[in-house]
Ligand binder design. Structure first.
Ligand code: GLU
Length: 487
């Protein structure tokens, strides 16, 4: 049975790249009727950030990338499954047990070197143009010395004892066979001075004990995989399949980082990117479906997803594409759904959200937080008409005719619904066609009178949203302009 996992560290916000990793692991497991496991890698105690686990689970549950096993969100955050605990800091005795095996077999050793010494060695190596690595001082300490120093309570770490000049090979399912010589590798620390394992040790022990068959993760872990692979060999464990996903890049083809603005899942969701749309976009960021389909539900993704079609080059994070996908999802919402989703974005504004506003926005939103901005853009009352093109247009003889007709007809209605507005515009056209009040010369000046703009959402909707009083007030405001232009 396929068992994949997502193994984040609780270090704060969830980067969109992490969500993509989680998604691919999820899709692969679901496609193969396997299990998707969530494990928390919290062994680097210096990088822990409060509330990370909540943030993480919220991101996964909102996007429906829901773990079958491991850390799950039920009433509260709990663990489920038979291979737990799924939080590494709760597994310390397990790592102790396995590190002992490596020490006993001579494949790991105590290292008592101080930080200061390591730093000096490092500086020296860099000065000599060498790649910095541990110089092996503690590789062959005598049993007695080790015992003495342990008894004395000297601080130590435990390192992997790599053989000299040995080729280590493993297969990356996306990139092919990879071979690295141990001379180019460091004697990796496996247990740190605080007694916690390093990522490299814990990840191997846990992936094995949890029966993980496939490891799909970011390419930043590729250089570490030879060490992991060697550990599997030392323990005599079967290796899982490895897949390293290319980085998500910014426009300059550099790794997408916080410098590009907030690239956390939470910030996208907060701006009103729909979780389904974000997932859809991330699925395509590194994977190419067989045809050119671009809109996929999660169920469709599960069906179509194929690890053989993962791209080997980095994918550029294209906000315009994400916006387009999101706008497609927004258009597919019912008016009621969109109303509910927009509501929080209008809470802090003075605008009262109405079905008409929802209607007006529906085709224009790339993400929900744009709602108030777009409305403001189209509905703001403090505009000035100074654009030469507009002024030119308002000089046409037909303009005052249109202007007076608008005032007359609008004053007569009780309530200016969009249907009424439409009817009024049609009537004016019919009655004043001969005077060239038609087509562009009907809609453009009206739009300019009411919004100060030449383009925008449906005019009758705008009139309804503004309402009779406001429309008349705005017409009154441009009275002078109409008169002056036509003197
Ligand atoms: N804890 C690692 C991370 O934060 C997991 C890497 C892996 O998947 O092996 O990305």
């Amino acid at each position: 049975m396929i068992r994949s996992r997502f193994a984040p560290s609780p270090t704060g916000d969830v980067h969109v790249g992490s969500l993509r990793t989680a998604l691919y692991n999820y899709l692969y497991a679901k496609k193969n009727n396997g299990s998707f496991i969530l494990r928390l890698e919290d062994t680097d105690r210096t990088r822990l950030k409060e509330n990370s686990v909540e943030t993480l689970l919220n991101a996964l549950y909102q996007t429906k990338i829901i773990p079958d096993e491991g850390l799950v969100l039920e009433e509260e955050i709990t663990q489920t499954g038979e291979k737990g605990p799924y939080i590494q800091s709760q597994r310390l005795p397990i790592y102790q047990n396995y590190i002992k095996k490596l020490i006993d077999s001579g494949n790991a050793y105590y290292c008592f070197c101080s930080k200061e010494r390591l730093e000096t060695v490092r500086e020296e190596q860099i000065k000599n143009g060498q790649t910095p690595k541990y110089d092996g001082r503690c590789r062959d300490l005598s049993e007695t010395e080790i015992k003495e120093r342990l008894d004395r309570g000297d601080e130590y770490v435990i390192r992997l004892k790599l053989p000299e000049n040995k080729d280590i090979s493993f297969k990356d399912e996306i990139r092919g066979d990879i071979t690295v010589n141990t001379n180019d590798l460091d004697d990796q620390v496996l247990i740190k001075a605080d007694g916690f394992p390093t990522y490299h040790f814990a990840v191997v022990v846990d992936d094995h004990l949890m029966g993980i068959t496939d490891i799909i993760r970011g390419e930043e872990w590729l250089p570490s995989t030879p060490k992991h692979s060697y550990l599997y060999e030392l323990f005599g464990w079967e290796k899982p399949r490895f897949y390293h996903l290319s980085n998500i890049l910014n426009k300059n083809r550099k790794k997408l980082s916080k410098r590009e603005g907030d690239v956390s899942v939470e910030s996208f969701l907060n701006k009103g990117y729909l979780p389904e749309a974000l997932v859809n976009y991330l699925a395509l960021l590194g994977w190419s479906p067989e045809d050119n389909q671009e809109i996929f539900s999660l169920e469709e993704l599960v069906k179509e997803f194929d690890l053989n079609r993962i791209n080997t080059t980095g994918a550029i994070f294209d906000i315009n594409k994400l916006n387009w996908i999101n706008s497609q999802y927004i258009k597919n919402l019912t008016d009621e759904e969109l109303f509910e989703k927009l509501r929080p974005f209008f809470k802090e504004t003075e605008i009262e959200l109405t079905p008409q506003i929802v209607n007006l926005l529906k085709d224009r939103l790339e993400y929900l937080a744009q709602g108030p901005e777009i409305l403001d853009e189209f509905l703001k009352s403090n505009f000035e008409i100074s654009d030469p093109e507009m002024l030119e247009l308002l000089k046409e003889d037909s303009v005052p005719i249109l202007y007076n007709a608008l005032i007359e007809k609008i004053s007569e209605v009780d309530e200016l619904t969009s249907e009424k507005a439409q009817k009024i515009l049609k009537e004016i056209q019919k009655e004043h066609k001969a005077e060239k009040v038609k087509g562009k010369m009907l809609y453009m000046p009206t739009r300019i009178f009411l919004t100060g703009q030449m383009h925008g959402p449906d005019l009758s909707l705008i009139m309804e949203v503004l309402g009779k009083e406001e429309v008349l007030a705005r017409l009154d405001k441009v009275k002078n302009l109409v008169e002056e232009s036509n003197e």
